[in-house]
Each structure stands twice: as C-alpha cells, then as structure tokens.
Ligand binder design. Structure first.
Ligand code: ADP
Length: 166
C-alpha cells in the first residue's frame, strides 16, 4: 500500500523503487520560482560597506544584491563578506561594497520559470544562502527581479506540510 513493495504469484514480494521520493520530486517540481520568490534587497555598487550593513539590519536580510544602474546584477554581498571588512583596518564609511562582494560572473542565479526544486538544488550545490532571481537584460547582463533563500524553501515545505495536516 505504501508503493514500496509489490507481490507477484510464484515470484513473491519485490522492491519497486522509492516511489515516495519520486512523488516528492514531482510535487516540489510543480512549484515555480516566479510564484514563490520574494522581493530582492539591492544596493548600488558605490554604496559604502557601512551603509550596506545598515541596509542589512533595516531590511532584515542576510544577503544584499549589488546592482548597476537599470538593476543589472553586479554582485552579491553576504553577512560574512561584510564582517570580513568590518574586522579589518578599513574605514567602513569609505570602502565601497563592490570591493567586498562576490562579483559576476561567479554568481549562482535562478530564472523565473525554474522550479523550486531547481532553486533548492542550486542553493545546496553553490553552498549559499540566497539566489538572485534574474531575467536576461541587454548585452549579456541579467536584471534582478527577486530572490529565493533557504527561508523561501523552508516556507514552501511548511506550506506543503500544513496542507497535508488539514
Ligand atoms: P554567509 O557568508 O553569511 O555565510 P553565504 O553562505 O550565502 O552567506 O555566502 C558565502 C559566500 O558566497 C560569500 O562570499 C558570498 O559573497 C558568496 N555568495 C552568496 N550568495 C551567492 C550566490 N548566489 N552566488 C555566488 N556566490 C554567492
């Protein structure tokens, strides 16, 4: 009944595969990034590390996306990137965030029409907390239109779990 074992006359019981796992990837694969993404918190490349830290507190996020004019993605700054500058000798009011961030093209991103499974897999593979949701811009640039974080994935899991318990 659980779909894990089956029985045939004169054969006996046999393993039919992990259908629960198949079912799960089928379920999570139906949810699209464009429906679950949250609002990205962005700063400009010339923003100082001090102002970036203030933005992180005020917006209550762990990762900032750094953009050029017109919202094209330049890089990503995480808590630890900012801590690294903060424990150094630099003047936080003078160092621009562009010197502390991880920059393009070394950024793991996710497209609007990708599934939440794709996003979860990418977060794990890239070993990061947050992915910018992007759409193609002009001249091989990408425009930031959202974010998917480990919290976004956890929220979806809770939503699926509570639906099951109703
Ligand atoms: P933290 O540094 O606070 O633990 P992360 O694990 O997300 O947060 O970040 C680790 C490193 O990976 C940081 O140097 C950060 O700039 C970089 N990083 C964060 N998000 C991404 C991403 N989507 N793609 C590539 N690098 C990223």
């Amino acid at each position: 009944m659980a779909g894990i074992l089956d029985a045939r006359p004169r054969v006996g019981y046999f393993y039919v595969g992990n259908q629960t796992a198949d079912l799960w990837s089928e379920v999570i694969g139906k949810y699209l990034v464009k429906d679950y993404k949250s609002v990205p918190v962005v700063v400009q490349e010339h923003t100082t590390v001090y102002d970036a830290i203030v933005t992180m507190f005020l917006e209550d996020v762990g990762t900032l996306f750094v953009v050029r004019e017109k919202g094209t993605l330049a890089g990503v700054a995480s808590r630890k990137d900012l801590l690294k500058v903060a424990i150094g000798q630099s003047n936080l009011h003078e160092v621009p965030i562009s010197l502390a961030m991880t920059r393009m093209p070394n950024i793991a991103t996710i497209a609007l029409d990708a599934t939440m499974y794709d996003a979860a897999k990418k977060l794990i593979e890239a070993q990061v907390d947050s992915l910018p949701v992007v759409k193609p811009g002009s001249d091989q640039t990408v425009e930031v239109v959202g974010r998917v974080t480990k919290t976004t994935i956890t929220r979806l899991l809770v939503e699926l779990g509570s639906a099951r318990n109703v």
